[in-house]
Design a protein. Structure first.
Length: 182
């Protein structure tokens, strides 16, 4: 199985992406505990020390190629959002923990979603991508549906989707045309 190096960094579509570090803990807590930004993601304890402990455990999973947590930075070098690849199975990988700063550049969250899926499919070209959406998060649900994914299960509050590499490549062009200027 391919893995990302511990010093992984990438510049694509006007964003810089790198793996999270322990010194990102306060930023992660700030984003994930913001009442508006965090309302559609799993609860995060506001204790930065607990986040650092979580990151130390995460780094072990990262070294094994089991989990990748990304920080996206604006062209000015400021962090603007987070996304993860996790739950890597034989036939799929999952993306999630998608949260972006209110001051992120226009389109940064969408471009980061594309970049994260591209990284996933570069690592795992034969796998499908999974993700889930809270039913109340109508904007993200609308974005999700533009990729024409398969609904694989549903609960009272969430919808779980699966997408193929082919469909992703086909439909990502919509967003690249919207947010990338030549």
């Amino acid at each position: 199985m391919k893995t990302l190096p511990s010093n992984f960094e990438l510049d694509r579509y006007g964003l810089h992406v790198r793996l999270v570090r322990e010194d990102d803990a306060a930023y992660i807590v700030r984003l994930r505990t913001d009442p508006k930004l965090g309302r559609y993601i799993h609860h995060t304890d506001p204790d930065v020390g607990k986040q650092i402990a979580w990151l130390k455990e995460y780094k072990k999973r990262e070294q094994q190629g089991l989990d990748y947590y990304f920080v996206f930075e604006s062209p000015k070098g400021c962090p603007c959002g987070l996304l993860r690849i996790y739950d890597i199975a034989d036939d799929y990988f999952t993306i999630g923990s998608w949260v972006f700063d209110m001051n992120a550049p226009k389109g940064a969250a969408i471009l980061a979603d594309i970049i994260t899926k591209e990284i996933g499919f570069e690592l795992f070209p034969e796998k499908k991508v999974h993700w889930d959406n809270m039913k109340e998060n109508l904007n993200v649900l609308r974005h999700t549906r533009t990729y024409h994914p398969t609904l694989i299960r549903e609960t009272e509050t969430q919808m779980f989707f699966e997408g193929t590499h082919v469909d992703f490549e086909k439909y990502k062009q919509i967003y690249l045309r919207m947010y990338i200027t030549n």
